[in-house]
Design a protein around this ligand. Structure first.
Ligand code: CA
Length: 444
C-alpha cells in the first residue's frame, strides 16, 4: 500500500467513523487533574501494595486502571515540607521550607513560590482544594491566595475526624474563609465536598486537590461503627476503619467522574504525604526500614499511583524512582502547558516515561535534606547520612530494600559519587536550619 493510499484510507475511515473524529475532538479537551493525598499512609497499607488485612479496592483500582510506582517518593518524611514540594514542583529546601510551621503561626509556603494551582489557572483551569492545607494559617497563605478558587477544610496540620471532642482543634473548618460547623465525620465531609466540586465544575477543566487528613492521628473511626476505645487491641481496627473511609471516598470521587463522563478526561494521582508512624497508628511501611520522620526508605517512599485512561497504560508497574515533585510538571504537560524555564523545577513530566516514548530513567539523582539529615538516591543506590551516628550508610536497594546491610566500605567510589552529587545540590540551597519542627504537642 502506498503512502497516498494509506492516507486516503484514513480519510475515509475518519469520515465513516464519527467516534474517531469525536475521539480526536475529545483529545483536544484539557484534562481535569485530580490529586488525592492521604496523610501518614504507609508504603504497605494498600491492597495493591501488598496489604492483606485491610481491603482498599477503590484506591487499588487506580493502579489497575493506571500506573503503580514501586519507587515513588515524597520530598520529606513530614507533612508540611512534603506538601510544599508537591505544590511547587521544587525541593522545598530551595526556599527554606524544611519544617512544619507552628500551629496557627506566621510561617507558610513562601509567597515567592508559584503553586500548581497558579500555573493551571494561567491555562484556564478552575481549582479547588478540599481537606488539609498545612502551608500556613495566616491570611496571606490561605489557599485562595495561592491560586485556588475554592477551599474547604482546615489550615493547620491536624484536625479531629469527629466533631465535638473535648480537645479543641488548632483551627476551625472553613469554607473559603468562613468558619463552618461541620457535623460529619471529616473524611466523609471532605469526600462530599470533592464530589460536589466535580459536579459544579464538570463543564470546564479543573484541578481538584483532595487532601485527606486520614490516616493521621487522632485515631477516630466513623461514628456508625460505634464507640471504639483506643485500646492497644483496637488500634489496628480503628486504623482500618479510617483507611476504609478514605477508600470509600476515593470510590465516590471515581464514581462521580464516571457518572459525569469525565473519567477519560481526567488525570488522577494518588499518593501519601509521608511514611507511616507505625508505633502510633499501626500503619506499615514494610518491607522498608524506618518510619515517618526518617530519611530511611520508610519515611519517604510511599504509595504512588497515577491513572489517565487511554493516555497512560493500565496495570503498569513502574520501578524507576519518581518523586512527588513530578506531579506538577506532569499536570502542566497534560494541560498542554509549558513550565517556565527560568523557574528551577526539580520534577519532570512523567508522561513520556509512562507511554514508553522515553526509555531512560526520569531522574539521575533524588535528594532529601531535613535539617542535618540528608540522603541521596541514584539507580539502586541510596546513601543516607545518619545523624545519630554521624556516619554514611550505603544500601543497594535492589538486593537490600530494607537497608539492613551498610555496604559503604565496599563501594567507596559510589559513596564518593553520591556524596559529591549531594554536596553540589546542597550548595544551591539556603543553609539548613538547626531547629527541628516547630509543631508543639502533636505529631507533624
Ligand atoms: Ca503526614
Amino acid at each position: 500500500m502506498t503512502v497516498r493510499n494509506i492516507l486516503l484510507s484514513l480519510c475515509i475511515l475518519a469520515v465513516l467513523s464519527p467516534s474517531l473524529v469525536m475521539a480526536q475532538e475529545k483529545s483536544r479537551r484539557k484534562p481535569n487533574i485530580v490529586i488525592i493525598v492521604a496523610d501518614d499512609l504507609g508504603y504497605a497499607d494498600l491492597g495493591c501494595q501488598g496489604c492483606k488485612d485491610i481491603a482498599t479496592p477503590n484506591i487499588d483500582s487506580i493502579a489497575k486502571m493506571g500506573v503503580r510506582f514501586t519507587s515513588g517518593y515524597v520530598t520529606a518524611p513530614i507533612c508540611s515540607p512534603t506538601r510544599a514540594g508537591l505544590m511547587t514542583g521544587r525541593y522545598q529546601a530551595r526556599f527554606g521550607h524544611e519544617s512544619n510551621p507552628p500551629e496557627g503561626g506566621k510561617q507558610g509556603l513562601p509567597l515567592t513560590e508559584v503553586t500548581v494551582a497558579n500555573l493551571l489557572k494561567g491555562l484556564g483551569y478552575v481549582s479547588g482544594l478540599v481537606g488539609k492545607w498545612h502551608l500556613g494559617a495566616e491570611p496571606q497563605f490561605h489557599p485562595q491566595k495561592r491560586g485556588f478558587d475554592e477551599f474547604f477544610g482546615f489550615l493547620d496540620g491536624g484536625h479531629p475526624q469527629l466533631p465535638g471532642g473535648k480537645k479543641k482543634p488548632a483551627g476551625p473548618i472553613l469554607r473559603g474563609t468562613e468558619e463552618v460547623e461541620e457535623k460529619t465525620y471529616l473524611t466523609y465531609a471532605i469526600t462530599r465536598e470533592a464530589v460536589s466540586f466535580i459536579d459544579k465544575y464538570k463543564q470546564e477543566p479543573f484541578l481538584l486537590m483532595v487532601t485527606y487528613n486520614a490516616v493521621h492521628t487522632p485515631l477516630q473511626a466513623p461514628p456508625e461503627l460505634g464507640k471504639m476505645p483506643k485500646t492497644p487491641e483496637n488500634v489496628r481496627k480503628i486504623y482500618a476503619a479510617m483507611l476504609k473511609a478514605v477508600d470509600k471516598g476515593v470510590g465516590d470521587i471515581l464514581a462521580k467522574l464516571r457518572e459525569t463522563g469525565l473519567e477519560e478526561d481526567t488525570l488522577i494521582v494518588f499518593l501519601s504525604d509521608n511514611g507511616g508512624p507505625t508505633n502510633e497508628t499501626s500503619s506499615s511501611n514494610l518491607p522498608l526500614r524506618g518510619f515517618k520522620e526518617d530519611l530511611w526508605e520508610g519515611g519517604v517512599r510511599i504509595p504512588f499511583l497515577m491513572q489517565w485512561k487511554g493516555r497512560i497504560p493500565a496495570g503498569k508497574v513502574y520501578d524507576p524512582p519518581v518523586i512527588s515533585l513530578d506531579v506538577l510538571p506532569t499536570a502542566i504537560s497534560a494541560a498542554g502547558g509549558i513550565t517556565d524555564e527560568k523557574r528551577k523545577l526539580d520534577g519532570v513530566d512523567l508522561l513520556p516515561f509512562l507511554t514508553g516514548r522515553n526509555q531512560a530513567r526520569p531522574h539521575e539523582f533524588l535528594f532529601w535534606r531535613r535539617g542535618a539529615q540528608w540522603a541521596v538516591r541514584k539507580d539502586d543506590w541510596k546513601l543516607t547520612f545518619v545523624n545519630e551516628t554521624k556516619t554514611l550508610h550505603l544500601a543497594n536497594l535492589a538486593t537490600d530494600i530494607d537497608q539492613q546491610k551498610d555496604v559503604a566500605a565496599d563501594n567507596p567510589a559510589v559513596v564518593r559519587e553520591l556524596q559529591t552529587a549531594f554536596e553540589r545540590w546542597n550548595a544551591e540551597l539556603p543553609r539548613a536550619k538547626k531547629k527541628k519542627d516547630g509543631m508543639k504537642g502533636g505529631t507533624p
